[in-house]
Design a protein around this ligand. Sequence first.
Ligand code: PGA
Length: 255
Amino acid sequence: MKKTVREAIIAGNWKMNKTPSETKALISEMKPLVSGADCKVVLCVPFVDIDAALNASAGSNIEIGAENCHFEKSGAFTGEVSPVMLKEMGVKYVIIGHSERRQYFGETDVTVNKRLKNALEEDLKVILCVGETLEQREQGITAELVAMQTKIALFDVSKEAAKNVIIAYEPVWAIGTGKTATSDQAEEVCAIIRDVIADIYDSDTAEGMTIQYGGSMNAKNADELLSKVNVDGGLIGGASLKAEDFSIIVKAASK
Ligand code: PGA
C-alpha cells in the first residue's frame, strides 16, 4: 500500500450469501470491530440485502456496495437492476466484471465496459475485476490478458471519471479455492495494471488509483499481501462473511 498517494480499501463481496435478517446481524457484529479503521471499509451485498445493510451500517464507517448493475438506466431487462436504482437507495460502490459474472452469466469485456460507464454516470464508485485463469497463467499471457481486460473496460472513460474506478486484481484460480497468489505474484500483476493505467491516462492517474488484490485473502495472509507497495487493499469473498476475520483484514490495511 502507498497510503500517502492513494486510498486503501477493504471491500467484502458477499456473493449469493446472507438474507436480510442475517445481513443485519452480521453488520451489527462487524461495526464495532472495524470502527477504528484507517482504510475505507465497504461491503458489497446482494440486491435484496441492500436496504438492511444500509440501515444496519447507518452512522458507521461501513459503506455499502452492490455486486453488479446493468448497462441501461431502465427498460425491458427482466431481472436486472440499474445504477439509477442503486444510487437512489444510497449505494456508493458497485462491483463490475467479477469473474463469476464472466464465467456463469456471459459477461464480456464489452458488457463490462458498458456497465462500468453506466455506473460511473450515476456517480457510483466501480470496483472493476480483472484476472487470469490458471490455464492463461500457464500459457504465459497474464500480463496481456489483464491489460486487455483493463483497456476494454476503461475504453471511452475519461481521466476524471477514472478517479472513481478501483481495480481488483483477482486471479480466477485463487477465488474461493484457498489458493492465494503469493504476495510477489499479486504485487507483480498489480504493478502491471498500474502501468496499463499510466499508458491509458498518465502516471498521476496511475499512482492515485487504488488497486486491490482478491482471491482467498484471509486473516492470516492479509498482512503479507498488503505489505506490497502496489496492493492497496483487498476484495474479500469468504472471509468477509465472518466478522472477526474481516476485521483482522481491515486492521492489516489500517497499519
Ligand atoms: P474469495 O473471493 O475471497 O472467497 O476467494 C474473492 C472474490 O471473489 O471477490
